[in-house]
Design a protein around this ligand. Structure first.
Ligand SMILES: Cc1cc2nc3c(=O)[nH]c(=O)nc-3n(C[C@H](O)[C@H](O)[C@H](O)COP(=O)(O)OP(=O)(O)OC[C@H]3O[C@@H](n4cnc5c(N)ncnc54)[C@H](O)[C@@H]3O)c2cc1C
Length: 578
């Protein structure tokens, strides 16, 4: 299928790819600064995965107990298992407070204390109640409020436009090419600045809390452009995924006092994190849960344990955790007021991503060389705020805060710079992908390849990892990449061609999954969410550093020379105990 180029060319100051919290907050900032900005989103904006967030958004407001940005900083440094860059965390914990008041002033209906202040609930790994929330629909209210604000400030939305290629030439970003999902056809967006805010990519795993759209498209595209990804081996598994579905039961449940119990009826977290119990950080709780299951203490000897809300009582469950209640009822037919809910660890959050500096500028090497005009924020990005393990409620805050910061820098950039020329034949790369899938003669179908990838990633690169299994996985991913080249799709039509979208997404999943496996194989230590049975301890001497991963003709190339920013006089690495 060919494209009529003339009608499908758009020239605009800034393009934001992704309409989650990061993308919309960036766009709002750019629009408020008087610049023209387009947001491209493959799903309708308010269906972005940010809207699924339940628990809360972290900020040290100290509304319900003593708290401070310094304490928030320490908790985040410790939570990250000392791999986060401390300059980024320091900026973040202070900006977080501004971000929440800014959201409040936009009209976000936060839950309130008796005396009318923003209410805050406890969350795993935080040593004070710091999660600002709106019942258990926090992401939903934030996303809708930001969407309204964007519409009010004349942000141009291109809903159901899926970016298929990045126009980067000579390390300068010049725009993107997107597929019009509704009508078919490719569009060129020629922009001075581009932000990649395509969210998380948990769909590389079979058991995941992530939405179907979370396929890491921008990560695949970055690798395709010869740019690196950072810290991809760090994937967070959330302890309370609904059994078999992976759907998230918010950590808010444990914040409100829920227990996790094994087949003996025992709150086993007392053996793993005696001071924090169920409110230990996610990596620790997931590992404890998986250990109970592996050692035969799962319920009925199966691969799940229970999340028990019963003692919390009907009134509080319905007031504070209505979504948790509904999910258990609708998917497992479990009434959480009278029954415990079957749960298992689920791939939830990706600490790694597109390397970006504290201004959200995308970088291309360990020295921090910037790709001009290219930005990234939200879960797709790795500013190294979360290191090896993210604390709950820090990522909504990450998305909104770095969205805002990125938007401010992009506004300055587009004021100061003109348009760069488009590369010759800008449509070629996207067109080639479409032609290969539509006109190819191969006999492979994409869905069996995707299923095998997801099942293998969950099995071999999950909560526990070891060399032998990851070598198997590496081989599987390579084979699947080979088979993908033989994929053809049945639907050849222009409108709502899900075959085309999903096959394109699978290409991205296969591409970045390889960097997860290679990064995890190389990192011969256990840190945060990355746990190696064969290297069970943290090794600061050799591994207190970031991973950069490129795709080359010879396979994945890794570089471990990017240092972690540590304030040795304030937060030197210590053993992590809870
Ligand atoms: C179930 C669940 C609950 C969570 N709860 C919490 C919580 O309580 N607190 C917390 O802090 N964090 C939570 N998180 C994590 C947090 O929600 C996310 O990290 C955050 O919302 C990500 O925001 P984002 O803007 O980066 O991406 P998203 O909100 O995922 O948005 C991504 C956007 O990118 C677009 N996109 C992707 N690919 C393309 C493409 N090729 N072309 C065009 N558009 C594209 C999508 O259409 C979408 O608009 C939760 C996550 C999940 C899955």
């Amino acid at each position: 299928m060919k494209v009529d180029e003339a009608k499908k060319y758009h020239k605009i100051d800034a393009v934001v790819v992704g309409a989650g919290l990061a993308g919309m907050r960036a766009a709002l900032e750019i629009a408020k600064n008087g610049r023209q900005v387009a947001v491209l989103s493959k799903v309708y904006p308010t269906r972005s995965h940010s809207g699924a967030a339940q628990g809360g958004i972290a900020a040290a407001l100290a509304n319900t107990s003593e708290d401070s940005p310094e304490l928030h900083m320490f908790d985040s440094v410790k939570g990250s298992d000392y791999l986060a860059d401390q300059d980024v965390i320091e900026l973040f914990v202070h900006e977080a407070i501004k971000t929440v008041y800014d959201l409040e002033h936009m009209g976000v209906p936060f839950s309130r204390t008796e005396d009318g202040r923003i209410n805050q609930r406890p969350f795993g790994g935080h040593s004070a109640p710091r999660a600002c929330f709106s019942a258990d629909v926090t992401g939903h209210v934030l996303l809708h409020t930001l969407y309204e604000q964007c519409v009010k400030h004349h942000v141009h939305f291109y809903s159901e436009f899926q970016v298929f290629s990045l126009l980067i030439d000579n390390d300068i970003s010049r725009g993107v090419v997107a597929w019009d999902v509704r009508n078919g056809g490719l569009h060129i967006f020629h922009a001075k600045a581009v932000m990649l805010a395509t969210g998380g990519y948990g769909r590389a795993f079979k058991i995941t809390s992530n939405a179907h759209a979370n396929t890491g498209d921008a990560l695949g595209l970055i690798l395709e452009c010869g740019l690196p990804l950072e810290d991809m081996e760090f994937v967070q598994f959330h302890p309370t995924g609904l059994y078999k579905h992976g759907i998230l039961l918010s950590e808010a449940a444990r914040g409100e006092g829920a227990y996790i119990i094994n087949n003996q009826g025992e709150r086993f977290m007392k053996n793993y994190a005696p001071t924090k119990m169920e409110l230990g950080p996610r990596d620790l709780v997931s590992r404890s849960e998986q250990t109970e299951i592996n050692e035969g203490r799962g319920i009925d000897g199966k691969d799940y344990v229970y999340l028990d809300l019963r003692h919390i009582g009907k009134q509080r469950i319905m007031e504070r955790l209505p979504q948790v209640y509904d999910l258990a009822l609708n998917y497992l037919n479990v009434d959480a007021i009278t029954q415990a809910i079957p749960i298992q660890p689920t791939a939830h959050y990706s600490m790694g991503g597109i390397p970006a500096n504290i201004h959200t500028e995308v970088i291309k090497d360990a020295k921090g060389t910037v790709v001009k005009g290219l930005y990234s924020a939200g879960e797709a990005a790795c500013h190294s705020l979360h290191g090896a393990n993210r604390l709950g409620t820090n990522s909504l805050q990450d998305a909104v805060t770095f969205g805002r910061i990125g938007g401010a820098y992009m506004s300055e950039f587009v004021k100061a710079n003109g348009y760069e020329n488009l590369p010759a034949n800008p449509l070629d790369s996207a067109q080639a992908k479409i032609s290969a899938l539509m006109d190819g003669k191969g006999k492979e179908r994409y869905s069996p390849i995707r299923e095998e990838l997801q099942a293998s990633m969950s099995k071999y690169a999950g909560v526990f990892r070891c060399e032998e299994e990851m070598l198997k996985l590496k081989k599987i991913v390579k084979e699947l990449q080979g088979r993908f080249k033989e994929v053809t799709i049945d639907d050849k039509g222009p409108a709502y061609n899900l075959d085309l979208q999903e096959a394109f997404e699978l290409g991205n999943l296969l591409s970045f999954s390889e960097t997860i496996v290679e990064g995890a194989l190389a990192r011969k230590e256990s840190r945060g969410a990355h746990y190696r049975n064969d290297y069970p301890t943290r090794d600061d001497k050799n591994w207190l550093k970031h991973t950069l991963a490129w795709k080359t003709a010879e396979g994945v190339k890794l570089d471990h020379s990017k240092d972690v920013v540590i304030f040795m006089d304030r937060y030197p690495p210590q053993e992590r105990k809870y």
